[in-house]
Design a protein around this ligand. Structure first.
Ligand code: ADP
Ligand code: MG
Length: 465
């Protein structure tokens, strides 16, 4: 028999639940709150496990796949002993609390988020997203090298290459692959210490260690791991003392033959604001880039996500094709679009059609329609400064030509997804360092010369419109 008492549903717990819900509302907004959180009820907290009831199976899956980790993290903030979260389906959940004698966890289908382990302890690493596994990663031409390298590292018993450096634009699956490696290693051997964290978190912890004068403990916590993963390393560009510390950590781990996995938004050699010795070290092992997705991969991802999210509500193929065709920016946006389409269909209770999809996503579609090309930028900038487009490619270095060219490079960097080397090639085969210099120069001038800043802003806006 499970009573409220056994589940430890006290007034204090109720208050914690209220605070967690307030945070959820603040973080996800009113609409999401009303749709997904308000209907949930707390069944209890016991032995480090929270049990929550959702009124429908779909809602349980939805909350589980999207918000469970966050709910658990917020509970952890209220009660550090909390390790996992269970969501049960209980049709009357919104209205009543469990009747005495009814064991919710057994009466209804449940889903459990993998419990966090000690290694996730807030003091060092960051928790892993349960959705980011190899099984959930769809492989295509653009990411096959990165995927193969990640698998290799995850399955290896000896370090195959050090570091593994993954890079690519936002929302293309870098973090997903890192978490997948970590999950895999933990499943194979839970005793292997694996730490995952962002470069940002690394920096904050380092700064805190400095402030509280316990840098020894900080160093130790990293140097005793087997696998260290640092996400978005570009964050520590220009942060000299953090870089210095990272460099030492890096070397200490490589010396001990421990695996390092690092991601960034560009290749090690293009990491601006990084010390040369660190840049070169980062490129020592295997460097794998993830390219923008192609149509087939986008369609594959959509099919897989649609199946996971709403198996009982198949989406018309035309809708998936339409989305794959139209939303080309990155996988995160693609997922966001799919979420919106499915959530909308559930809420209004109507089938998904191509028309309803177009209507629902018109803002997103408009943004994705505007793919500015480098050629357009060159044309517009040349017009603006009364130059010929050929001047954008020419070797002429006179300021009247060179400055507008730099502006065009700057805009190309900000308005397209092209890499620095690609931009350089489009500007008469210039080197990526020239592009980097141009961007820096324009940034500098924007700071010091308001008229110039205005001009650049104007160009940007007309191109963006
Ligand atoms: P990044 O770290 O490169 O910015 P993420 O790893 O956070 O990108 O990916 C953004 C979102 O897209 C995540 O929800 C991730 O699961 C999803 N995603 C990216 N690539 C893939 C893929 N190949 N297959 C399945 N999901 C993907
Ligand atoms: Mg990421």
């Amino acid at each position: 028999m499970t009573t409220n008492d056994e589940l430890n549903l006290t007034e204090a717990t109720d208050q914690k639940w209220a605070r967690v819900r307030d945070r959820l509302r603040a973080e996800f907004g009113d609409a999401a709150y009303k749709s997904w959180f308000q209907p949930l009820t707390l069944a209890g907290v016991k032995d480090g496990e929270i049990t929550i009831c959702a009124p429908t199976r779909f809602m349980r899956e939805w909350v589980m796949s999207r918000y469970a980790d966050r709910i658990r993290a917020l509970w952890c903030g209220e009660e550090p002993s909390v390790r996992s979260i269970t969501i049960a389906v209980n049709p009357g959940a919104a209205a009543l609390s469990p009747a005495p004698g009814q064991n919710l966890a057994q009466a209804a289908p449940t889903a459990v988020v993998r419990p966090i382990r000690e290694a996730d302890d807030v003091s060092v690493g960051a928790p892993l997203d349960p959705r980011f596994t190899f099984d959930n990663f769809v492989v295509g031409k653009s990411n096959e090298l990165a995927y193969a390298a990640a698998r290799r590292v995850a399955e290896a018993t000896t370090v195959p290459f050090n570091p593994l450096f993954l890079y690519g634009g936002v929302g293309l699956g870098k973090t997903h692959l890192m978490h997948a490696i970590a999950w895999h290693i933990r499943e194979q051997d839970p005793s292997r210490p694996v730490i995952y964290l962002s470069a940002e978190k690394f920096m904050y912890q380092f700064v805190r260690a400095l402030r509280y004068q316990n840098t020894m403990a900080f160093k130790e916590s990293f140097r005793s791991v087997d696998v260290l993963m640092i996400d978005d390393v570009q964050f520590i560009s220009g942060k000299d003392s953090t870089q210095e510390e990272f460099f030492h950590t890096f070397n200490a781990l490589v010396d001990r033959n421990r695996q390092l996995i690092i991601t960034g938004d560009c290749s090690p050699s293009d990491l601006d604001g990084m010390e040369e010795r660190l840049r070169s070290r980062l490129g020592w092992g295997l460097v794998a880039d993830i390219h923008p997705t192609d149509y087939e991969l986008r369609l594959g991802i959509l099919q897989s996500k649609a199946e996971q999210m709403a198996a009982d509500r198949p989406l018309p193929r035309r809708v998936l094709e339409f989305l794959a065709h139209k939303i080309t920016s990155n996988v995160r946006e693609l997922e966001g679009a799919l979420n919106r389409v499915i959530a909308h269909a559930i809420l209004v209770g109507r089938a998904i059609t191509l028309e309803s999809t177009q209507e629902l996503l018109h803002d997103l579609l408009r943004a994705n329609n505007r793919r500015i090309t480098i050629e357009e930028i060159q044309k517009r900038v040349a017009e603006h400064f009364n130059l010929r487009v050929a001047d954008m490619h020419s070797a002429r270095r006179a300021r009247v030509v060179a400055r507008p060219r730099q502006v065009a490079m700057y805009l190309a960097k900000h308005l397209t997804a092209r890499s620095l080397p690609e931009i350089g090639r489009k500007f008469g085969g210039r080197d990526h360092t020239t592009v980097m210099h141009a961007i820096k120069k324009v940034d500098q001038l924007r700071q010091t010369d308001p008229a110039f800043a205005e001009e650049v802003e104007l160009l940007k806006r007309t191109l963006d419109a």
